[in-house]
Structures are given as C-alpha cells and as structure tokens.
Design a protein around this ligand. Structure first.
Ligand SMILES: NC(=O)c1ccc[n+]([C@@H]2O[C@H](COP(=O)([O-])OP(=O)(O)OC[C@H]3O[C@@H](n4cnc5c(N)ncnc54)[C@H](OP(=O)(O)O)[C@@H]3O)[C@@H](O)[C@H]2O)c1
Length: 266
C-alpha cells in the first residue's frame, strides 16, 4: 500500500523507534527499514559520530526525524542518559525498541569448547558476552518499560541467534542468546496486559562484518549449513524485525522467529 511518496504500514508512521547497535549490520538495516516506513528512528551505538551519521542518512533518504545517540547498553548509567535523550526526542513516547547490540565475534570466545576453556577465564569470558548480549537488552528494557506501561503500548524485538535454539560449541554466546529469549518471554508475559508486545528473531549466518574476516572456505562451509545454501543478508533480518515491531504482528507476542535459510527447524 502506498500513500504519496512513502510506502505505508498502518500505524507505523511517526512511531518513535529505538535501535541499539544501529550503525552497522543487522541494526543498520533495521533502522533503514523502520525509517522507510516512516518511523522516527533513534540510532544507538557507543560511537556518537557513527550514530549521528546514520541518523543524518535516514533523515535525508527517508524524510523522517532521526537522532544518533552514544550509549553503552552494558552500562546502566549510560542507558539512563540515553533514555533522557530518547524521551526528549520522542516528546515522552517510546513505541518500538529493537534490542540488537551484541558483543562482536571474537574467535577464542566463540570457538573454544567448554572443556578446553581455562578455568580461571571462565567467569570473565561468559560475563563479557552476557553483559552486552543479555545485560544490555535488560538495561534498555528496564529503562523503557515505565514509559510503555504509562502509554499502555509498545513493542520490543530482541535479536537472539540460532544457537539459543540448537546449541553451538561457543557456549558464552549460546547462553547469552538463550537468556535473552527468557527475558523476552518474561516481558511478553508480564506486560501483555499493559498493551506491550515482546518477540525475538533468531538469525542464522548473516553477511555482516564478521563475514569479511572469514576465509572463502569458511564462508562456503557456513553457507552450506542452511537448506538454502547461502548466507542471509542483513535486510532479510530487518524485514522480519519490521514485521514484529509493526501492527502487522498485533496478536503475536512471546515468539521467536528463526531467519536462517532453514538451518534450524523447530
Ligand atoms: N551477523 C550474524 O550472522 C548474526 C547472527 C545471529 C545473531 N546476530 C546478532 O545480531 C546482532 C547484530 O549483529 P551484527 O552482525 O549486525 O553486528 P555488528 O555488525 O558487529 O554491529 C554491532 C552493532 O552493535 C553496536 N554495539 C556493540 N556493542 C555495543 C554496546 N555495548 N552498546 C551499544 N552498542 C553496541 C555496534 O556499534 P559500536 O561498536 O559503535 O558500539 C554496532 O552498531 C547481534 O546481537 C548479534 O549477536 C548476528
């Protein structure tokens, strides 16, 4: 459906949408998709210049209001300051939050099987990933819930990952992304009566920054994990997030949508 120069989804235009980790990869594609459908988008990353640059691009390309905010989602004080900026920009409203920011792929944390991890590093390695991937989403959720409860509406989308459903040798990541699904379900259960929906996506192998760091052989091997025999594009995840964030999914909450070309069937 199209109205004037903009493609529309009923009820999405001018919604105040926050995307954490919105400067690259899946977050950037999501910010772009939400802006395309008329949302006013707040792009969050630890790098203010990068966030402001994306916000400027969204404004110029999609004629929407947009704001770049510097925040470390793992730091509650930083999230508190982010909330102030978001509320000032949204005139007290927050309609959509996409909890996407995640710890970067770091091979020793991803590729070391549990029994080979040095005992003295165990806590540090697990906490390093958890404080961003689930702690960050918890901090942001905690910050925005009072506003959503007051306005009796809001949608949250959590970016998990297929290991949360299928397991993987990289246990810090698997644990954090599985815990994220627990957080999402608790939010869906406890705040549904306040008109708040929470859902997750679980992407498979998506062509973002870490793709470039792999050998051609590794890229081929990971492509072959999917029934579709290819990597996914960030835009293919962003479209699913858009669906879960929008009124198109108005009776869906507490669910996890797998976007992996058929790697995990559950
Ligand atoms: N790519 C995949 O194959 C894949 C598959 C399944 C799930 N995922 C999940 O999808 C999400 C995005 O992945 P991606 O590959 O698009 O990542 P990416 O390209 O590395 O981008 C990560 C984004 O998060 C931001 N970020 C990282 N730590 C942050 C923090 N502490 N506070 C605020 N922002 C932070 C980064 O900006 P700054 O560095 O400037 O802060 C950047 O904007 C992650 O949660 C990841 O686990 C990815």
């Amino acid at each position: 459906m199209s109205s004037g120069h903009r493609t529309c989804i009923a009820g999405l235009a001018e919604q105040i949408a926050v995307v954490t980790g919105g400067t690259r990869g899946i977050g950037l594609a999501t910010a772009e998709e939400l802006a395309r459908y008329g949302c006013a988008v707040i792009v969050v990353s630890r790098d203010r210049d990068a966030a402001e640059k994306v916000a400027q691009h969204l404004h110029q390309s999609h004629h929407v209001r947009s704001l770049g905010v510097a925040a470390d989602v793992a730091d509650r004080r930083s999230v508190g300051l982010m909330l102030d900026e978001v509320l000032a920009f949204g005139l007290g409203r927050i309609d959509i939050v996409v909890n996407n920011a995640g710890y970067p792929v770091e091979s020793r944390l991803w590729d070391t099987p549990l029994h080979e991890m040095p005992a003295e590093k165990l806590e540090e390695w697990f906490n390093t990933v958890a404080r961003v991937d689930v702690g960050g989403a918890r901090n942001v959720t905690h910050a925005v819930l009072p506003t959503m409860i007051k306005q009796k509406s809001g949608t949250l989308v959590y970016v998990s990952s297929t290991p949360a459903l299928s397991g993987h040798k990289a246990t810090p990541y698997t644990e954090a992304k599985a815990a994220l699904l627990g957080l999402m379900r608790d939010v869906a259960l406890n705040y549904g009566a306040s008109g708040i929906r929470a859902n997750a996506v679980a992407p498979g192998n998506i062509k973002t920054g870490w793709f470039e760091g792999l050998t051609v052989e590794e890229q081929r091997r990971l492509a072959s994990e999917a029934y579709l025999k290819r990597w996914g594009e960030p835009q293919e995840v962003a479209k699913a997030i858009l669906f879960l964030a929008s009124p198109l999914s108005s009776f869906i909450t507490g669910q996890t949508l797998v976007i992996d070309g058929g790697k995990v069937i559950h």
